[in-house]
Design a protein around this ligand. Structure first.
Ligand code: AQP
Length: 331
């Protein structure tokens, strides 16, 4: 019998999950849960590359786990856990870091962007972030990584790191494939549609958060930047409208062509309001689930403790092999 493929992905708990995170990543996570062995992680160690307020960070981390569940991920089918609960992530990061060149890390565009945004705290964690991401993925012999397009460069580096290790020390890691949605791999900012929608955008109108109120969503959508063509078309010359069509299509399951043809001859105003309503409808069950889970902290604790226990076992199997391959004396 063919073995089920292993899937790993995660989001860093900073701010709040965005519609971009959902369409680019979480939507696929749910779609993969029946046919694959899936591990979905709250990558809290990654968040530490930016200074966090400890009290707030604790709450955000638990809220992220709750949002994973509220988005429909089944804790019986998936391993859902905090990265910091499985210390092998940090151990493998060190080992892989010793096989990753400074030149490779220097080429990472996210490092350049984030250094620019956090000029007063360009720390070494920010620089080695992609090695921690490689460790997250390789630790579980992952085959598929469902992520947004922005993670392409990091995933290519992960593949290089895995292949290099396998060549030097013998077959140890699976070389993972990236799994991106056909539509929605890069949801753009509502205010600057040439930039990706991001949790940390300073302009609050640029991003829809899954936890935004209905009023806020309607206001942000009405203010979304479009163009002066006044024609609903899916083309690069109209990036704002193209982005809204992508969102509409991703959340309703209608094809791009169907959305465009349904709005032929209609104005931007009506289309923005309808897209806002699609988002609001889509988020209604999510918000209800979130509230229900938040009222049940024991359940949440049970999910992440069980998740960490399972992940620990799998991670230790890989680390035993890695230590052996490298000639480290076994415990
Ligand atoms: N705009 C986006 N469109 C599609 N996918 C996206 N992802 C992020 N933004 C978009 C995907 O969401 C997953 C989790 O992302 P992350 O938490 O690891 O952080 P990120 O990629 O750095 O996302 P942000 O929102 O831009 O966070 P900040 O502002 O903190 O840097 C990933 O699979 C990502 O591809």
């Amino acid at each position: 019998m063919k073995r089920k493929k292993i899937v790993f992905s995660g989001a860093q708990p900073t701010g709040s999950l965005t519609l971009g995170n959902y369409i680019g990543a979480l939507q696929n996570w749910k779609a993969l849960e029946n046919e694959h062995h899936c591990l979905y992680c709250i990558v809290d160690l990654h968040s530490l590359t930016v200074r966090q307020d400890p009290k707030e960070f604790h709450g955000i981390s638990l809220s992220f786990l709750t949002q994973y569940l509220a988005s429909g991920l089944d804790p019986e089918k998936n391993i859902i856990f905090f990265q910091s609960h499985v210390p092998q992530h940090a151990e493998l990061t060190w080992i892989l870091g010793c096989g990753t060149y400074v030149g490779e890390l220097n080429r990472m565009t996210q490092f350049k962007d984030k250094s620019e945004k956090n000029k007063d705290n360009v720390n070494s964690g920010l620089f080695t972030y992609p090695v921690l991401m490689a460790a997250d993925i390789l630790l579980y012999k992952t085959d598929l990584v469902p992520v947004g397009e922005d993670q392409k460069q990091h995933l290519e580096l992960t593949r290089d790191i895995a292949a290099r290790f396998n060549n030097l020390y013998g077959e140890t890691f699976s070389v993972p494939e990236m799994y991106i949605p056909k539509i929605g791999a890069r949801i753009m900012s509502l205010q600057e549609p040439s930039k990706k929608m991001s949790k940390s955008d300073v302009n609050a109108n640029a991003t829809i958060f899954l936890m935004d109120s209905e009023d806020t969503i309607m206001k942000k959508m009405k203010r979304a930047v479009t163009d002066s063509e006044n024609m609903i078309a899916y083309r690069d010359e109209q990036p704002g409208i193209k982005n809204l069509i992508t969102i509409y299509s991703s959340l309703t399951g209608l094809s791009i062509e169907e959305v465009v043809s349904n709005y032929e001859g209609k104005g931007y105003g009506a289309f923005k309001i309808d897209t806002a309503e699609v988002i609001i409808e889509f988020l209604r069950p999510f918000k209800k689930n979130y509230k229900d889970y938040m009222n049940n902290p024991d359940f949440i604790e049970n999910v992440y403790k069980k998740g960490a226990q399972k992940a620990y076992g799998l991670a230790e199997n890989t680390m035993t092999l890695v230590r052996e391959r490298m000639g480290l004396v076994q415990k």
